[in-house]
Design a protein around this ligand. Structure first.
Ligand code: B3K
Ligand code: ZN
Length: 878
């Protein structure tokens, strides 16, 4: 169907003053009475368009009397009412079918409970309504349901009344005092148990906090509750933003299309971001739960109270809220804060940069879409977050905070645009942000090329930076961005030089943010008596690709000495990437690659540097992911890349075996499990050491890992052991997988991890290939194509397993097509995500590219192809 364009936005012609909903819940057919107080806003003769999708309309009334059929039209997508000239009351009686709702949008069933998901356009699958984010209204909701089956009835806001009805049914009435768009509506009903606590807000008011889960999960929500309290407190102290309702509820479900949802006062979460015990959640899970709980909570201000004018503004809430959750996690980490920055940049480079360089490239505020669900992307979220971070870097923390306060003050209770945000920032700081705003409209990752000149006679050091941004679909030519480049200069002793720019009277600090605004700019530092090594883009001050001709010696030097911990990590990462590129080249040419000695000695230095935290050492010594190695290559050959990476890992494992062993043993974490960053760091370094060792073929490592697998009191160690062994040649993996299945059975989150370990593994000589095993796992009883978590854990994990998915015989692509076909009739949103795994087909070896091209074209003929999937296929084929 049609393309929606940002510039076609039209102000609503009606206002919905309030809505009163009465639900009669039934899994097969649920009925809704929907009464809206409607006010026309213009004099002109507009029709009232109420969106509706897969609904059964029973009847329509105006002010209590049936509306004559001449006054309205029903289409598969809308109910259109004509002739509303003054304030009036419309009542609609409609039905829908929760159990048949496999799209998991609207109201659907999950393990016998009713759950809802409305963002972006799910509310129209519940009842007829102007389903646009700028349509703010007040909700009054009555839920009626069987009392025994559905003892708990929840919706947004405050519980006004509850009681019994006839026939074993009961009801609850909820009223949300806030104005909200319908995408923030939520309804939950079923057998749920809660953890609850009364928490004192900074303003002295009590707030009731509740975490609702299925009964078998009652004991797994302690961590989540702690995270909610931390998030509330952080938002109060860092930004002065307080919670505004008497209660905050969070509900967990196993059936969810993505991570979580910020419905006003009633967040709904995928169980994987809620449930945690030492035996079912890894350190990373504990950490991610904190960040997702924070994210959804922070939406209360950036998303809910200030919402969006239209979906094109998505990054206004998402980019900003990701930025806020990143800052939250960093603040919670204390002295290990840089770890979070490293993880975020790693994700940006490995998933957003490719998106920005591919056929789906779009600005953080897209100009058009066919299916908005396709635009909940790494670009809108993660690159978006970088845009807000750059503002904070340029305006300073205080300046940014002032701007955010002004933005919120002006837009509270309104549906805002990205312009509203930038204008507030600009005004609060007295700055012109016109050029900065290009970050919202131009796609593509800018490349910043830096050259440096040291003049020994004048003792000056000049930095010349130039920028260029590649063409992206629909945007052949780009204007220069404003790019904040944080710079330090490191002397030969490894110390930062105090920085004084030409024209300044005294040095000021050791890190400067230079603003690159033109195609090329230069800066000259004075009093630079010896040649420094530049530390560029500190803390990753802008989402760009930095080109600077570092020698390997310089990278090794920075990895050891840079005062900016992010750049220490980055230097090591660049060094490893460079070596891996070379090794891949050699393999592609049929040679035998060798590990670089500079890299090896840096590896050893960092490994043994006790001044660094174990967490930092672990993350710095992890080899770059395969897709990052592929990214800069002219043609991607996944086999060569995996081979190079495995060889390097093995070489390191062999070369430093005794050191790695000693280290692994000394970083055991005895005693009770705790997910704190210090203990997590120790585990991560230990498991990294074992992984190098087992890849190097060390038999003692296998024994140690089997022991760890059996005895571990926490999932981090257990899963790390399993993963390392499964990726090794050891036949021990078979038994370990069987044991894990026995122990994890019945816990969907653990079973998903079990599926992922297998879908991500390589094929060892003599074993059944990974694809065959994936097919078997689909039939193992623990997998359902209707459950998105299952699909992500098994299918998506396999599609991201480069050499196995991109097998030379093309069977991976046939599998992709078969799955896509099935998913199209089950859940088109999940289908669209799977479809995207081929969007880089052009980058691969010609034989592979051709086969991908063929299945992409075949996919276009899937009967009933949803427009969202079609949009992805069309763009991919470009
Ligand atoms: N706002 C939701 C995402 C909704 C996705 C709809 N396709 C969760 C979040 O970003 O916080
Ligand atoms: Zn969000």
């Amino acid at each position: 169907s049609a393309v929606i364009n940002r510039l076609d936005y039209q102000e609503p012609a009606f206002r919905v003053e309030n809505i009163n909903l009465v639900f009669n819940l039934d899994p097969v057919t649920t009925t809704v009475y929907n009464t809206m107080r409607i006010e026309p806003l213009t004099d002109s003769d507009h029709d009232l368009v109420l969106n509706g999708s897969e609904l059964e309309l029973a009847s329509v009334f105006e002010n209590g009397s049936p509306l004559s059929t001449e006054r309205y039209t029903v289409t598969p997508e809308a109910l259109i009412i004509r002739g509303i000239r003054q304030k009036t009351t419309i009542t609609i009686y409609n039905k829908f079918h929760p159990q048949a709702n496999t799209l998991l949008s609207g109201i659907y069933m999950s393990n016998g409970n009713f759950m809802s998901q409305c963002e972006s356009e799910g509310f129209r699958r519940i009842t007829y309504f102007p389903d646009h984010p700028d349509m703010l209204t007040r909700f009054h909701v009555e839920i009626r349901a069987d009392k025994e089956q559905y003892p708990i009835l929840l919706s947004n806001g405050n519980l006004i009344e509850q009681g019994d009805l006839d026939n074993g049914r009961h009801f609850a009435i909820w009223e949300d005092p806030s104005l909200k768009p319908c995408y923030l509506f939520a309804l939950v009903a079923g057998k749920l148990v809660k953890r609850e606590e009364v928490y004192k807000l900074a303003n002295g008011k009590d707030c009731l906090l509740q975490v609702w889960v299925e009964p078998q999960n009652a004991d797994k929500t302690e961590h989540t509750m702690e995270c909610i309290k931390r998030a509330i407190h952080w938002d109060e102290t860092r930004w002065g933003l307080e919670y505004d309702l008497d209660r905050f509820m969070l509900v967990a479900t196993d059936d969810f299309n993505f991570g979580a949802m910020e419905n006003k006062g009633l967040n709904i979460f995928n169980t994987r971001y809620v449930l945690a015990t030492p035996k079912m959640a890894t350190d990373l899970d504990y950490f991610n739960i904190e960040s997702v709980v924070g994210h959804e909570y922070f939406h209360n201000w950036t998303g809910d109270r200030v919402t969006l004018r239209d979906w094109f503004q998505l990054t206004l809430k998402e980019g900003l809220t990701v930025f806020r959750d990143q800052e939250f996690s960093r603040d919670m980490l204390g002295k290990s804060a840089v770890i979070k920055r490293i993880m975020d940049v790693r994700a940006l480079r490995s998933r957003q940069f490719p998106e920005d360089a591919g056929p789906m490239a779009h600005p953080i505020r897209p100009e058009s879409y066919r299916q908005i669900n396709n635009f909940y992307t790494m670009t809108v979220y993660e690159k978006g977050a970088e845009i807000y971070r750059m503002l904070q870097t340029m305006l300073g923390k205080e300046g940014f905070k002032k701007g955010l306060s002004l933005y919120i003050e002006r837009n509270d209770g309104r549906a805002a645009t990205c312009e509203d945000f930038i204008n507030a920032m600009a005004e609060a700081n007295g700055r012109d942000l016109k050029q900065f705003f290009l970050w919202y409209s131009q796609a593509g990752t800018p490349r910043v090329q830096v050259k440096t000149y040291w003049d020994p006679e004048a003792s000056t050091y000049t930095i010349v930076a130039s920028q260029s941004t590649p063409a992206t679909p629909g945007q052949p030519v780009k204007h220069p961005f404003v790019i904040p480049i944080a710079v330090g200069l490191v002397d030969s002793e490894g110390h930062d030089i105090p920085l004084q720019l030409e024209g300044e009277t005294a040095p000021l600090g050791t890190t400067r943010v230079l603003e690159l605004k033109d195609e090329e700019n230069e800066w000259t530092f004075v009093n630079v008596g010896s040649r420094p090594v530049p530390s560029l883009l500190r803390d990753f001050s802008a989402p760009v690709i930095l080109d600077y001709a570092y020698t390997r010696d310089e990278l090794a030097f920075l990895a050891r000495n840079d005062a900016d911990p992010f750049n220490r990590w980055d230097a090591m990462n660049r060094l490893m990437l460079g070596v891996l590129e070379d090794m891949t080249d050699v393999i592609e040419m049929g040679g035998k690659p060798e590990a670089d000695h500079n890299l090896l000695s840096s590896f050893e230095q960092i490994l043994t540097d006790e001044t660094l935290t174990p967490a930092f050492r672990a993350i710095t010594l992890q080899l770059p992911a395969e897709n990052l190695i592929g990214e800069p290559r002219a043609v991607i050959d996944p086999d060569a890349i995996r081979k190079a990476r495995t060889e390097l890992k093995a070489a390191i494992g062999r070369r430093y075996s005794s050191l790695l062993f000693k280290l692994a043993e000394s970083y055991e974490t005895p005693g009770d499990y705790s997910p704190d960053s210090e203990s997590a760091g120790r585990r991560s370094l230990k498991n990294l050491a074992y992984d190098y060792l087992i890849t190097g073929g060390n038999p003692k490592a296998l024994i140690a890992l089997r022991g760890q697998f059996e005895k571990a009191n926490n999932l981090t160690d257990k899963l790390a052991a399993l993963t390392s062994v499964v990726n090794s040649a050891s036949p021990a993996k078979t038994n370990m997988l069987v044991e894990a299945a026995k122990e994890w059975q019945g816990n969907p989150i653990l079973i998903n991890k079990w599926l992922t370990v297998q879908a991500s593994a390589g094929t060892q000589p003599g074993e059944a290939d990974t694809l065959t095993r994936v097919r078997q796992l689909m039939d193992c009883g623990a997998f359902s194509i209707k459950n998105p978590n299952n699909v992500y854990a098994l299918i998506l994990a396999f599609c991201n397993n480069e050499p196995e998915f991109h097998r030379k015989d093309g069977k991976g692509y046939e599998f992709w097509l078969q799955i896509l076909r099935e998913l199209c009739s089950v859940n088109e949103y999940v289908a669209a995500r799977v479809a995207r795994t081929l969007d880089h087909w052009k980058r691969y070896t010609p034989d592979r590219a051709q086969m991908m091209y063929r299945v992409l074209n075949e996919a276009k003929h899937i009967p009933g192809l949803p427009v969202g999937v079609q949009e992805i296929l069309d763009k991919s084929l470009g």
